[in-house]
Design a protein around this ligand. Structure first.
Ligand SMILES: [Zn+2]
Length: 346
């Protein structure tokens, strides 16, 4: 039995219940077979000794006996691995609140027409989520943090691909300990674009739900809305974004579906239509896959599509490629959890 198989069994034993939907057993590269048996997304301890390291550092057969001896102490965990907080993010990580309070008719959920990573038939691949609201609606911090930037991007390319892209933008730095990681700290950023006003300054500490600005349509925007991003790494790097829908806490009774639409050789395919139909209500929700060469999959899920705000329940999933249904399955979406599917298409 391989070390990996053993590891999977250990995880299953720890998890106890094999339920539908959430975290895969191994967050490595997308898999080319059926979706793995999924384990409830308890946070698996990531102590270095338990890490299912790839066995690539085993001595090669070409090595001479003397080289074998010097090459053996490879069970020692790679220090780079320990230091990389992205690899310590395991399972669901709904660490953010919504940037609006759903009171007085204010909308607190994203527009489905232009999801993260997609082009909505001709736009740039989207690096965030859009939440439409009337001009001037109060925008709130999604988590505690410190204001990294508050201002315009008229004269310098600060966060986007060009000047005057976000118009007025607030960026908040969040410094938090990754739950159940043994103390690994993560720095990440949330970005709020197209604001008509901002109420904070760089260096200000902010608390979750604090009023930080107001909805506008400054910069490259059609209609008043908030553009929300999550970035890990360099806050100025437009390519450092991840899908906020996997970070924003679902409402009670709702969950998220993430998936990977892949060819047999494990390449991600853009612009593939994914449709999910509720078996309870027959309501259909749809999206298309990311332009994966221009945006990132999640540190844990490695997805190329997400459909958020799904009422918990059972769904029929259809993946349409080259004018036909190329993959279909059934998935259970659980309240406040992420379900994950692999769809291998030809
Ligand atoms: Zn946007």
């Amino acid at each position: 039995m391989s070390r990996l198989s053993l590891w999977v069994i250990v995880i299953l034993a720890i998890a106890g219940i094999v339920a539908c939907g959430v975290a895969e057993a191994e967050p490595a590269a997308p898999q080319t077979d059926a979706p793995p048996p999924l384990v409830r997304a308890i946070f698996v301890q990531t102590t270095p000794s338990a890490t299912p390291q790839p066995t690539t550092d085993a001595p090669t057969t070409e090595a001479t006996p003397t080289l074998d001896i010097t090459a053996t102490p490879t069970i020692t965990p790679n220090p780079t691995w320990i230091a990389d907080p992205i690899k310590a993010i395991r399972g669901d990580h709904f660490w953010l609140a919504r940037p609006f309070l759903a009171i007085n008719g204010i909308r607190d959920y994203a527009e489905r027409a232009y999801p993260y990573g997609t082009t909505a038939l001709g736009l740039q691949p989207h690096h965030g989520m859009d939440i439409p609201n009337p001009y001037g609606t109060t925008v709130r911090a999604v988590a505690n943090g410190t204001v990294f930037y508050a201002g315009d991007d008229l004269n310098d390319i600060v966060f986007g691909p060009q000047t005057n892209f976000y118009g007025n933008v607030v960026v908040i730095e969040h410094h938090m300990e990754i739950p159940n990681s043994g103390g690994i700290m993560l720095d990440f950023y949330t970005l709020y674009g197209h604001l008509s006003a901002f109420y904070v300054r760089a260096g200000d500490p902010v608390e979750q739900f604090q009023e930080i600005g107001a909805v506008g349509q400054e910069g490259v925007a059609i209609g008043p809305h908030l553009h929300l991003e999550v970035r890990i790494g360099d806050p100025y790097d437009y390519n450092a974004t991840y899908n906020p829908s996997l970070w924003v806490q679902p409402w009670s009774g709702y969950g998220v579906l993430a998936g990977r639409v892949l060819l047999k050789d494990s390449t991600y395919v853009p612009d593939v239509e994914v449709e999910v139909i509720s078996q309870d209500t027959q309501r259909t929700y749809s999206t298309v896959t990311y332009h994966y060469d221009q945006v990132n999959g999640d540190p844990w899920f490695h997805e190329n599509f997400v459909i958020e705000d799904l009422p918990a329940g059972r769904y029929d999933v259809r993946v349409k490629y080259l004018g036909r249904i190329a993959y279909q399955t059934t998935v259970d979406v659980l309240s406040e959890r992420t379900a994950l599917i692999n769809a291998i298409i030809e």
